[in-house]
Design a protein around this ligand. Structure first.
Ligand SMILES: *Cc1c(COP(=O)(O)O)cnc(C)c1O
Length: 347
């Protein structure tokens, strides 16, 4: 059975969290002399002299409406990076616990594990880039706290089979994180509506990709309340600045525009796939549920350098397992995609 108490680190169980001035007093008052802010104001807008809402209630309400998730099941981080790091710090005892990743996958799970001195076990994906459940199962022991699943996966661009993910959720008593950074570009359903079914499920999304706000740094975690409580206990009190809260709230009003961009990007992705597939230098373009393509070429290093000469930067993934001679290419604007194709025609 899943029991969050058995997963938490001892120091976190015992932790008395920081109580900010704005935690002590909630509500409206005439005079705020409780937080040592600058009472005279700021060089920017009037309210930036004040500490931001540590719980980002307004922003969470707006996100909750769009995602169909209660506010109590939402945590917001300074990018997904913070959502990832807090899980290691709260649940993984350095030098003792371990987590499992399914490479090739997003690099931050492993980096964050290394920063926190937590062992990483690797269940390499199968040749079709799906989860290797047999291998995965052999890696789990009593110290395994988290299984990281990225779907759609970076850099392979595919979604994981839903039944496989459900098998992991049903059989693993630790936390299962599904990183859905690219879900808006996918044909597949999010796991966000499954939160009620699985007390061990954490779904991560971000404003960095489909929402076009990588510069803002806003990551979202969706989970059952006991997990969200842990996040809130461990996070820095004011982890989301007022400027980010203001701008994100404004952006979230533009769902229609964002959906238009998503549709356009998906169409352009499929066109780019066609154009790339027709080039002699391209051996294979893998199916994509994301806003990028994994492309196998004749000689990744040479093609990468050739493109750099032409001031076109792509991501060389050729040293990554299962990705020999592969480049990861983000879908650009119509003009950028044309420039890429024209350059590759000259290789
Ligand atoms: C881009 C990306 C993210 C986004 O990270 P942020 O810190 O929110 O910008 C998360 N997960 C994966 C797999 C990504 O590729």
């Amino acid at each position: 059975m899943f029991n969050i108490e058995n997963l938490l680190r001892q120091n976190i169980k015992k932790l008395i969290p920081y109580s900010s001035a704005r935690d002590d007093f909630k509500g409206e008052a005439k005079v705020f002399l409780d937080a040592n802010e600058n009472s005279l104001g700021s060089p920017l807008m009037k309210w930036y002299n004040r500490y931001p809402d540590p719980h980002q209630w307004k922003l969470k309400e707006a996100i909750g409406k769009i995602k169909g998730v209660p506010v109590a099941n939402i945590f917001l981080g300074n990018g997904s990076d913070e959502c990832i790091d807090i899980l290691f710090r709260a649940f993984c005892e350095p030098g003792k616990d371990n987590v499992i990743i399914n490479p090739p996958t997003y690099g931050m799970y492993e980096v964050s594990a290394n920063i926190n001195d937590v062992e990483v076990r690797r269940a390499t994906l199968l040749d079709d880039f799906q989860l290797d459940l047999v291998h995965l199962e052999t890696l789990v022991d009593e110290h395994t706290k988290i299984i990281w699943i990225c779907s759609p996966n970076n850099p392979t661009a595919n979604s994981m089979n839903r039944e496989d993910v459900e098998t992991v959720l049903n059989n693993f008593n630790g936390l299962v994180v599904i990183d859905e950074a690219y879900i808006n570009f996918s044909r597949h359903r999010s796991f966000i509506q499954e939160l009620g079914e699985y007390p061990n499920l954490i779904v991560m999304q971000t404003l960095s990709k489909a929402w076009g706000l990588a510069g803002l740094r806003l990551g979202m975690s969706f989970a059952a309340e006991p997990i969200i409580d842990v996040y809130n206990k461990v996070k820095p009190p004011y982890n989301i600045g007022q400027a980010t809260q203001d701008l994100a709230l404004k952006a979230l009003e533009e769902v229609v525009q964002v959906n238009d961009m998503i549709r356009a990007l998906v169409m352009m992705r499929d066109e780019l796939k066609e154009s790339l597939s027709a080039l002699p230098v391209v051996k294979k373009v893998y199916p994509s549920d994301a806003n990028f393509l994994l492309v196998k070429v004749v000689d990744a290093k040479a093609v990468y350098d050739f493109l750099l000469e032409k001031e076109i930067v792509v991501r060389d993934r050729s040293r990554v397992e299962l990705c020999a001679d592969c480049l990861r290419i983000t879908v650009g604007t119509e003009k950028e995609n044309k420039e890429l194709i024209t350059a590759l025609e000259q290789f």
